[in-house]
Ligand binder design. Sequence first.
Ligand code: SAH
Length: 225
Amino acid sequence: MSREQDDMLRRGIGMTSQRTRERLIQRLYEEGVSNPKVLEVIRRTPRHLFVDEALAHRAYEDTALPIGHNQTISQPYMVARMSELLLEAGPLDKVMEIGTGSGYQTAVLSQLVERVFSVERIKVLQDRAKERLVELNLRNVVFRWGDGWEGWPALAPYNGIIVTAVATDVPQALLDQLAPGGRLVIPVGSGEVQQLMLIIREEQGFSRRFLGSVRFVPLLNGPLA
Ligand code: SAH
């Protein structure tokens, strides 16, 4: 990490109590997040900069919070868990994220993998997320305003894909864009019945693991201005 980036992230720390942040890390650890890199990145990423000022005092609670447009910033536990699942088999080079939202998961990922390709359908959310990442000097991310059901075929294949909204079915385009050995972490279902899934492209076909029930906003159709 550059000196400048380190300073920037540290300044963020001054804005909310260090103790509140430590409590969050402790809680994630107790809930089973065990990858030390993931915990360290969450510790140093200023989540309060990804929500409205009015909600900043709640930024280190382990809960989703509204970010406007009927969307939410993901719960820290889910961000940590999904990142850990992506990285379980070793470091990753190219990772595509569907659902930039506030950019918080994007910021976490960008400190854990080589390059992030982030797709979002709501332009104003993505523009704001972009600004935040520049402010934090996290520069290994490129953004596309578009429909996550289609992925980002021009830059495929990806070693990892993470979807931060719940899909009724696993989008075929995302399976097609996985590199051999690539990992897709995606919530699948609808309403109250949602399961987190890890899908891996094996030499022949795909393996699937179900990882328990979750709660996400829906993966909608088509881009939106
Ligand atoms: N990881 C984000 C979560 C945002 S909520 C964060 O922590 O802030 C889910 C996001 O997925 C929303 O921003 C929503 O607009 C976006 N989304 C929903 N359907 C989509 C689609 N079809 N394509 C791209 N993004 C989509």
